[in-house]
Design a protein around this ligand. Structure first.
Ligand SMILES: Cc1ncc(COP(=O)(O)O)c(C=O)c1O
Length: 379
């Protein structure tokens, strides 16, 4: 939201901003110029920023793949259609989100989309989509290919704000483990309380991943990312002798900032806030759908992770990418609200506001959206 200025929160001088400024002042100046690498002293500000930006979530996912390959001794990665996991070569070759001339080097499972996908009955879609993953694993093993890992965002953001159907991950994780692979949950967009009810997105599916990758919200704008795994997998990885080091890994500035973010999330009950305000937003968007039934095909979401699927008409569910784009363009130009459109058909308007997004912001957003739908013929 662009209505107010401040840090990446909406409130100027809010306590999160003050805490982060304090960390920046105390740790940033002292630690960055002093302790980190010892070379920070004679760097220009620009060079230092560039160097710190190397700590990105793409590296976390790349490391997760390395760990899976090394520990299992297998080579095949299973990814889900439309997913995005980062911009390193290893990840571009893994996902179908961006076309890459380097080609796809992964096994791509169908997106478990109950609105526009192959299986639409929410009661059995989870098992049916998981069955598709099983078929792919069986096909790979009949070709002598062994599964290293299955990687998935716990809720699909780039693929169109898709909430996986009930039971999907439990079944998939079992098939992958039976085949000797590891399960990686990419929580780069959805972790840190965004889904409201839980701190991590995978908890919605009642599973425990072998590896979890984190980034973006971890630093509230500061570049910091991480890989979490079990002590056993970490030990097996280190015993292989493959060494992993990173010049800026674990640097005190980033760690202090990540710690401050955790403190703010806890002290300001931001997870509970995402839960209650997310419910209000979802409910209000369903009312908007009832008012504009032709073009709002689906409203889905949890916490501060909501999608509005824009269609030509509700019956055919034919995606209307142009209308979705016109709406977000008007939202920006007329109302100064930044939103984005994504999904495999580029027709899903995404809602992923900052955690400090408040009721006033939500009402403003809803008012502006209503204005856009009212004026859709003139856009
Ligand atoms: C789900 C997901 N994983 C990984 C990444 C990569 O993060 P970064 O751009 O910090 O490398 C992104 C970035 O958008 C993402 O959305």
């Amino acid at each position: 939201m662009l209505r107010k200025r401040g840090c990446c929160c909406s409130e100027e001088g809010c306590s999160s901003e003050k805490k982060l400024k304090a960390v920046g002042k105390e740790s940033g100046n002292e630690i960055l110029n002093g302790i980190t690498n010892g070379v920070a002293h004679d760097r220009t500000k620009e060079e230092t920023v560039l160097a710190r930006r190397k700590l990105i979530a793409s590296e976390a996912n790349d490391l997760a793949l390395q760990i899976a390959d090394t520990v299992t001794g297998n080579t095949e990665h299973i990814c889900v259609e439309g997913a995005y996991h980062g911009n390193l070569r290893s990840l571009l070759q893994l996902s179908t989100y961006k076309d890459t001339p380097m080609g796809l080097h992964s096994i791509v499972a169908p997106l478990p989309d109950v609105y526009n996908g192959k299986y639409k009955d929410p009661d059995n879609a989870g098992m049916l989509y998981a069955g598709e993953v099983k078929k792919l694993i069986d096909k790979a093993s009949s070709n002598e290919k062994r599964i290293s890992c299955f990687i998935m965002e716990s809720l699909f953001s780039c693929a169109g704000q898709i909430i996986p159907p009930k039971g999907y991950l439990q079944a998939v994780y079992k098939y992958v483990h039976d085949a000797g692979g590891l399960c990686i949950a990419d929580e780069v967009q959805v972790g840190f309380g965004r889904v409201g009810k839980y701190f991590w997105g995978f908890e919605l599916q009642d599973v425990v991943p072998d590896i979890v990758t984190i980034g973006k919200p971890m630093g509230n704008g500061h570049p910091v990312a991480g890989v979490i795994t079990t002590p056993e997998i970490a030990k097996r990885f280190s015993l292989t002798g493959v060494s992993y080091f990173n010049t800026y890994g674990g640097n005190p500035v980033s760690m202090a900032i990540a710690q401050a973010v955790l403190t703010v999330i806890k002290e300001e009950n931001l997870q509970q806030h995402a839960n209650s305000l997310g419910e209000y937003l979802l409910h209000s968007l369903l009312e908007l759908q009832a008012k504009y039934p032709t073009h709002i095909g689906d409203v889905r979401g949890v916490g501060f992770f909501i999608g509005l699927e824009i269609v030509k008409d509700r019956k055919s569910r034919e995606p209307d990418s142009q209308l979705a784009t016109r709406i977000i363009t008007r939202m920006l130009r007329e109302h100064r609200v930044i939103m984005s459109v994504d999904g495999t058909n580029n027709n899903v308007i995404k809602f992923k506001p900052p955690m400090c997004f408040d009721k006033e912001n939500a009402d403003y957003l809803l008012e502006c959206l209503e204005e856009c739908f009212d004026n859709q013929e003139n856009m």
